[in-house]
Design a protein around this ligand. Structure first.
Ligand code: NAD
Ligand code: ZN
Length: 301
């Protein structure tokens, strides 16, 4: 193969290096919003690295009922679209890599649950999941499905909004924001009725995700660091690495002299630390990778 020849915009030499790194196994895989864009869930930054939306900060959410009301009114409607998203081929290829024994830890920054839905095991959801709700006062946890049902019962006037909701995954991204919100007029927000914690009566109910300005739980970070120490290399899929909670693993790997491969469109903060960087679409690149691994034969399938 000629070093530097291009296939689909990707240097073949880089593909070969990616193949070598993945075939060696022992991978700490870190995925980001870019892996779910093909499922219709938009990313935060995109190729130009500019953040398109500013999600609610933790301090603001915590501070007032009015902020939480604004969050839940938008999220109530956005969730119907968010949960219509289904895994794409990229998620399925990651599951294949895990089943072939090449992945020792699968860490995602996504809160959409799509890795698990695509059959992956033991996924570390670094930033939590939108599918669970936690009470900030007493710690009571409930499912998002139950919470959504209670919100629906408390807000019959919002049926018209929900009636327009799509269930076709191809339309998911038409209005949805990356964190499951949608854009909603202020007057609709003030009419929205909140529901309270069933255990303590507080309205400080939060999706069990790590908001901007909030720390990742220590036990989760420790688990990732231990996995990283034991890993042979790191594979980053679809992340700008702009958020430090994910980027720190790339920095640590580089400091330990472990190889780092990044497959993400556009520049990322970890490019300087990477040994291989493919600025390429994930679904097709992972498909090529899987085919390449199969061509190397041996015992995977
Ligand atoms: N699906 C989700 O759950 C979701 C969506 C948006 C944001 N978030 C949250 O926001 C934070 C965002 O950080 P991040 O680094 O994960 O995302 P990001 O939005 O900062 O970066 C995504 C990167 O993926 C690239 N990309 C998009 N589609 C791609 C594709 N098909 N192929 C290859 N590259 C593609 C973009 O160019 C960008 O560089 C995370 O902490 C996450 O919790 C989650
Ligand atoms: Zn409570």
């Amino acid at each position: 193969m000629v070093e530097g020849a291009r296939t689909g915009g990707v240097l073949e030499g880089e593909l070969e290096r990616l193949l070598d790194l993945v075939a060696a196994g022992g991978l700490f895989v870190l995925t980001g919003a870019g892996l779910s864009t093909d499922s219709g869930i938009p990313d935060y930054r995109g190729q130009d690295g500019v953040r398109r939306v500013m999600p609610m900060q933790y301090a603001e959410f915590r501070a007032t009922s009015a902020a939480r009301q604004r969050y839940w009114a938008r999220s109530f409607i956005g969730w119907e679209r968010f949960r219509a998203a289904v895994p794409n081929t990229g998620h399925r290829h990651v599951t294949t890599l895990q089943r072939w024994g090449l992945v020792t830890e699968l860490v995602t920054q996504n809160v959409d649950g799509l890795h698990t839905e695509a059959g992956a095991d033991d996924v570390v959801e670094l930033h939590g999941s939108l599918a669970a709700i936690v009470c900030l006062e007493c710690g009571e946890r409930t499912s998002r499905v139950d919470h959504q049902r209670r919100l629906r019962e408390a807000n019959p006037g919002f049926a018209a909004y929900l009636a327009g909701v799509v269930v076709d995954a191809s339309q998911v991204s038409s209005q949805i924001r990356p964190d499951g919100d949608i854009v909603l007029a202020d007057e609709a927000v003030t009419d929205f009725a909140m529901v309270q914690c069933l255990a303590c009566g507080s309205d400080a109910l939060k999706p069990d995700v790590v908001f901007f300005g909030e720390a990742v739980p220590k036990a989760r970070v420790d688990r990732c660091h231990a996995a990283l120490e034991a890993a042979r290399g790191v594979l980053v899929l679809g992340s700008s690495l702009a958020v430090m909670s994910g980027y720190r693993f790339v920095r640590r790997a580089a400091a330990l002299g472990k190889p780092v491969a990044i497959v993400t469109r556009g520049a990322t903060r970890g490019d300087a630390e990477s040994t291989v960087k493919l600025d390429a679409p994930l679904s097709s690149t992972l498909a090529t990778l899987i085919t390449g691994l199969e061509a190397r034969g041996a015992g995977y399938s």
